[in-house]
Design a protein around this ligand. Structure first.
Ligand code: ZN
Ligand code: ZN
Length: 106
């Protein structure tokens, strides 16, 4: 009967490990979800649109030409150019032409 007791204890240990791993995985998933939400929050901060000084709304996601090297890239207006790494400090309002400053600009 001693073997049976040992087997049961081993089984209980394995069971506890399973619970622990499941719990850890669950916590990991929850943390990951929170991180994703923070990333989404960041997305809202960088913004897919911005207003010029006159209040015109401009979409900041599209096709842009790098002012530094002239290459054309797609995405957020203020992202670094994939060719030269330079990022725009401003974009011009499509309605009035006033400059909309990049949040990354000094
Ligand atoms: Zn460039
Ligand atoms: Zn404007």
């Amino acid at each position: 009967m001693r073997e049976l007791g040992m087997a049961l204890r081993a089984a209980a240990t394995v069971f506890r490990w399973c619970i622990w791993i499941l719990g850890t995985a669950l916590l990991g998933i929850l943390a990951l979800r929170r991180a994703t939400r923070v990333a989404w929050g960041w997305d809202a901060i960088v913004g897919e649109s911005a207003r010029c000084p006159r209040g015109h709304r401009n979409v900041l996601v599209g096709v842009w030409e790098c002012r530094s090297c002239g290459s054309v890239f797609e995405g957020w207006a203020f992202r670094p150019c994939p060719v030269c790494g330079e990022s725009a400090h401003y974009v011009s309002c499509e309605r009035c032409g006033l400059s909309i400053k990049s949040p990354a600009a000094p």
